[in-house]
Design a protein around this ligand. Structure first.
Ligand code: SAM
Length: 238
């Protein structure tokens, strides 16, 4: 997979071997190439309301009884933004005009830019209920036919930025009530998983919830979290 994804970069530079590409990356002559390579190598599959049970849990078990003053949620591998906007629509339903915000981040700069635009093909609607489309999305007309844009009332509460989960988190990240880290741990070995989970949950408030995918597990990972239900964990209250 790595070889086939990088083959077009070798072609672009007229290189014969991956060793030559490696040297080019290290030469300092093409400063943007490293990020380009990262963007090519990441797998960004995602869709709206993926794993619907998580959105039900968020709504019924967390939001309904929420009594704080600013609900903060981090989608820590947000890809092209569908997860963050699905969360945004769920929060808008449950919290309405109360104060809430979603922060989405990803290592891939191209998907971060797509997420910031918030424009999607109509045939990418996937699990989104029609009433959400009517309430929170604007359907494109004329040259935008076939696309929709997430409405400003949702977009204004959601921000995106690049974060590599393998490195120190930004100082100004703050603390979150809920963190989604779904469908990304599968790409790492146990040691890296341990390191990433530890780093990410350091940004989770005491009593906060941590979501991974149903197809992932924290079995081999040591954490202070306790499992609420498979794929959903809770940080102990102080
Ligand atoms: C398969 S997508 C999952 C998207 C979404 N969370 C979901 O479940 O639908 C995995 C995302 O993790 C991102 N990713 C991979 N390694 C990362 C890293 N070290 N730091 C931050 N994001 C990373 C990829 O760029 C990709 O967008």
């Amino acid at each position: 997979m790595v070889a086939s994804r990088l083959a077009k970069r070798l072609l672009h530079y007229g290189l014969q071997t991956y060793g030559q590409y490696y040297q080019l990356l290290n030469s300092g002559r093409h400063p943007h190439e490293f990020q380009l390579m990262v963007n090519i190598l990441t797998t960004n599959e995602t869709y709206f309301f993926r794993e619907p049970k998580h959105f039900e849990f968020l709504q019924d078990q967390i939001i309904k009884s929420w009594r704080g003053d600013n609900f903060r949620l981090w989608s820590a591998a947000s890809s092209t933004g569908e997860e963050s906007y699905s969360i945004g629509m769920t929060l808008a339903e449950g919290l309405g005009m109360r104060k809430w915000e979603v922060f989405g981040s990803d290592v891939n700069t191209e998907v971060v830019a797509t997420a910031q635009r918030g424009v999607y093909l109509m045939d990418r609607l996937d699990n989104m209920e029609k009433r959400y489309l009517d309430k929170y999305c604007l359907k494109g007309v004329r040259s935008q036919d076939g696309y929709f844009r997430v409405d400003e009332k949702i977009r204004s509460r959601i921000s995106f930025d690049q974060i590599n989960l393998k490195t120190t988190l930004p100082r100004n990240l703050g603390q979150f009530d809920v963190i989604f880290l779904r469908n990304v741990l599968i790409y790492f070995d146990t040691e890296t998983k341990q390191d990433i989970v530890q780093r990410v949950i350091s940004a989770l408030k005491p009593g906060g919830y941590f979501f991974i995918s149903h197809s992932e597990t924290l079995h081999s990972i040591k954490t202070e979290l306790s499992m609420v239900t498979p794929s959903i964990y809770k940080k102990p209250c102080k």
